[in-house]
Design a protein around this ligand. Structure first.
Ligand code: MN3
Length: 244
């Protein structure tokens, strides 16, 4: 994977600001360093990034209580445990993206909790109350050339999410050859973990299919949750990641 992937993979970890304008306005390396240090200092402890919308803003697609618990309890827990796991670790001091790319399968606590922090930060950043519809521009072109059509992409992505056994994530990624691919990972693994996953790439969007992500509202109907997720995907935010 390209080096630039790791520098920019965590550009969504910016406290208190909307994703797309910040990423678009941070074309220089200097500004990127500043935005990285505002929340995830390589030498400091990681922090829970605030949501850019209210807990009820994604309803009825994702309900307010699920969002509140998911962000305030689950994600916060990953951040807290990541900081604890990094004390004395050989991975301490790295930015989150680089940490993901360097960790080994037996770095269990950082794999689980660093992955949890990365995955949820990305998840919040690619959803919006103004989301839904279809991608446009370069992202639409990339999806069409990689999957044939947007509808085919949606079917394949939904299938990956529906068939991930147990807890995990489904992903749309950009591979080394700039071609897009769909994959899924167990637990809190993600495609940046090149030493862990079978197919590494830059995650452009992901869906959390742990039961805590949908069970209050959908119970066992994971497929309905996945279909409704498309109503809140912020394709502009996904498209920004394509250019990283
Ligand atoms: Mn989750």
């Amino acid at each position: 994977m390209k080096k630039r992937t790791f520098v920019k993979a965590t550009s969504f970890l910016v406290a208190g600001t909307a994703l797309a304008p910040i990423v678009q306005s941070c074309k220089t390396e200097k500004k990127e360093d500043q935005t990285m240090s505002s929340s995830d200092s390589p030498s400091g402890s990681f922090v829970l990034p605030p949501l850019e919308f209210e807990f009820d803003a994604l309803a009825p697609n994702i309900d307010a209580m699920t969002m509140q618990i998911h962000h305030g309890k689950h994600h916060a827990g990953y951040v807290r445990k990541l900081n604890a796991a990094l004390e004395g670790s050989h991975l301490s001091g790295l930015g989150l993206g680089e940490m993901m790319s360097q960790l080994k399968a037996d770095d269990t606590a950082i794999r689980n909790n660093g992955g949890g922090h990365f995955n949820h930060s990305l998840f919040w950043s690619i959803m919006s109350p103004n989301g839904g519809g279809a991608p446009s521009g370069d992202l639409a072109d990339a999806i069409n050339s990689s999957f044939g059509s947007f509808d085919t992409f949606k079917k394949e992505f939904a299938k990956a999410a529906a068939t991930r056994f147990g807890s995990g994530w489904a992903w749309l990624c950009r591979g080394d050859n700039d071609k897009l691919f769909i994959t899924s990972t167990p637990n809190q693994d993600n495609p940046l973990m090149a030493n862990v996953v079978s197919e590494a790439g830059l995650p452009l969007m992901g869906i959390d299919v742990w039961e805590h992500a949908y069970y209050l509202n959908y119970q066992n109907r994971r497929g309905d949750y996945v279909n409704n997720f498309f109503n809140v995907v912020d394709w502009n935010a996904v498209g920004v990641r394509l250019k990283m």
